[in-house]
Write a protein that binds this ligand. Structure first.
Ligand code: ME8
Length: 570
């Protein structure tokens, strides 16, 4: 199922294969996954790309130390990323490895085009080479860091060489205008200001090649016009976003690309890459989203501290609390904004209990249990959302039953208008997805769930149930209330599904909503766009006679006193 919305293309950085996958890599890819699933739910034709960046010099040296060829070592690690991402249930449409021919040949063709257009030219370069990061630093930056790598602290190396340069300077005015006007939307806002500030200090041409030395391994992409030079790995790596979709059937995705990354590499994505695209006559990205960092239990993660949250730790959390709860925690508590976020066990348990065990899970089980108990698992009637709410007969009856039982409830007089609530939630969800504001998007689903909880507390259907037989219309009123709860939760479950696809699928099985989602459709899976699926009592909604069973407990309450799950020793 697709709609006439333009196709949606979202990418993650391609990760260095010298590292094992950790929370940071999983996080950015999760953000892309949730955004991609969200856009598919809206009915868009989505292409979601992730992959590995394999031509770094480090790969060659590490492989040598291990007695492997660079390709063997790259493959071992690319497989680790693939299996970590499969474990995280990511729905990427492709996984690009920069060592693949399809990437190398097209990247090389783009470089040739840039040489032909005069955007890449030969010149002398003298600079400080940060071998640990595979990049040149300017004199200012090098001096500022005492001629040591700002990232690893390793000494910088002075290099003078004939290099090819990309004329970034030619694109300065264009870039400034694009970013200022949000034609290229750099998010969050703090990053946009930083980038504009840096552009305002003036752009210089950037080196894009290295001279090949005798004995250098054949690793990377050679300058197409000059076999004595190799294309600098960053420049070649950036090309992956285009090389992967530069085929007749995928070209349509290069429409308004969304690039995700952390703030460390925003300059490459918000400045260098758009300028390269401009020079190539290709559309620039529509969104460059640079989130902040995860830290671990209050501390920056680093190799020296050995405190990286590795994929195995995430697996241990998933074993204990479910994968979807890990996805929920990372999505809603992650560093999407300008501030870093802390992965701490105590926080995880708090969020798990508050959002999932006590809200989503509890609400679904209360409603499922009541429908099972009072109506043998069948919703007897529908509710148009006006009958049954404040001033409506059902609610009046419910309140009467509650008061008769002498159990005043501590919820002030409220209006419950679920059709309006759910329509607004769908609209806000859709808007939030546009700016990759996933925390807000997910909170729309949670807002519906919490309102259902309030409504149950307020209308006390369990008390009304006791009056069936002695209070006129009590049964009808109860049916109306439960229908409203079930229908509202069904709509909430759609909004929560990009983050928690397995758990929501379990709920849909229990509530016989599997018709919403066709698992055989490789792109969307949904039978209609969200706007239709979420119509209150619409063709995809609950009807009189719909079967709703109790189902499994979605999220068991967690005990905060239990120790943090730990990865099994390797
Ligand atoms: O930079 N918190 O690859 P890389 C959140 N190959 N995200 C984090 C993180 C943290 N603590 N640590 C890493 C490269 N990340 C290049 C990219 S793209 C053409 C080439 C994530 O393996 C985040 O997405 O160092 C960051 O941008 C990326 O990993 C860096 O991955």
């Amino acid at each position: 199922m697709t709609t006439d919305h333009p196709p949606y293309y979202i990418t993650t950085p391609i990760y260095y294969v010298n590292d094992r996958p950790h929370i940071g890599h999983c996080y950015t890819t999760l953000v892309a996954d949730v955004a991609a699933r969200g856009q598919r739910l809206l009915g868009r034709d989505v292409f979601f790309l992730t992959g590995t960046d394999e031509h770094a010099e480090k790969v060659v040296t590490t492989a040598k130390d291990r007695g492997l060829t660079p390709m063997q070592w790259a493959t071992t690690n690319a497989e680790r990323f693939k299996s970590a991402f499969a474990f995280m249930n990511f729905s990427n449409d492709d996984f690009i490895r920069t060592t693949e021919d399809r990437h190398k040949s097209r990247a090389s063709a783009y470089i040739q085009r840039l040489v032909d257009s005069g955007d890449i030219e030969l010149g002398d370069y003298e600079g400080w080479w940060d071998g640990s990061q595979e990049e040149y630093l300017t004199e200012t930056v090098a001096k500022e860091h005492n001629y040591k790598s700002p990232v690893t602290g390793k000494p910088l190396e002075k290099r003078v060489e004939q290099n090819y340069f990309f004329r970034l300077d030619k694109h300065e005015a264009w870039l400034k205008e694009q970013i200022q006007s949000d034609a290229i939307r750099v998010l969050p806002e703090a990053r946009k200001n930083e980038i504009l500030g840096r552009i305002n200090t003036g752009l210089q041409r950037v080196p894009v090649s290295r001279r090949i030395k005798p004995g250098d391994p054949d690793w990377g992409v050679v300058m197409p016009n000059d076999p004595e030079h190799r294309v600098y790995v960053w420049i070649e790596a950036l090309c992956n976003y285009l090389t992967t979709v530069d085929t007749p059937d995928r070209r349509k995705y290069w429409h308004a690309p969304v690039h995700l990354m952390a703030k460390d590499i925003v300059w490459f994505h918000a400045v260098i890459w758009p300028a390269m695209l401009h020079a190539l006559g290709e559309k620039p990205p529509a969104v460059v989203y640079a989130h902040a960092y995860w830290i671990a239990e209050g501390q920056k993660m680093s190799k020296s501290l050995g405190n990286f949250i590795e994929i195995d730790t995430l697996r241990a959390y998933a074993d204990k609390y479910s994968l979807d709860s890990v996805r929920w925690f990372l999505t809603t508590q992650g560093p999407l904004g300008a501030n870093d976020a802390d992965f701490a066990h105590a926080r995880f348990v708090d969020v798990y209990n508050a959002d999932l065990a006590n809200s989503v899970g509890n609400s679904a089980s209360r409603v499922g249990n009541m429908v099972d108990k009072y109506f043998e698992g069948t919703l007897p009637r529908t509710c148009d959302g006006t009958f049954g709410f404040e001033g409506g007969k059902a609610l009046q009856l419910a309140l009467k039953a509650r008061d008769d039982a002498g159990k005043p409830v501590d919820v002030p007089g409220r209006t419950f208008d679920f059709p309006t609530l759910t329509t607004d939630a769908v609209a806000n969800f859709t808007k939030s997805l546009d700016t990759v504001d996933l925390e807000s998007a997910m909170n729309e689903g949670l807002r519906i769930v919490r309102t259902v909880d309030d409504f149950i507390t307020y209308s006390a259907p369990f008390t009304l149930a006791k009056r069936i037989g002695d209070l006129e219309h009590a049964e009808k009123a109860l049916a109306t209330i439960l229908y409203s709860c079930a229908e509202a939760l069904r709509i909430a479950s759609l909004l929560l599904s990009p983050t928690m696809p397995d758990k929501m699928a379990a709920l849909w099985r229990a509530w016989n909503c599997t018709h919403l989602n066709d698992p055989n459709d490789p792109n969307s899976g949904f039978v209609a766009p969200l706007a239709e699926l979420a119509q209150w009592g619409g063709p995809h909604g609950f009807q009189a006679g719909s079967r709703v069973s109790k189902g499994e407990v979605l999220f068991m309450r967690a005990d905060p006193k239990e120790p943090a799950p730990e990865a099994a020793a390797v």
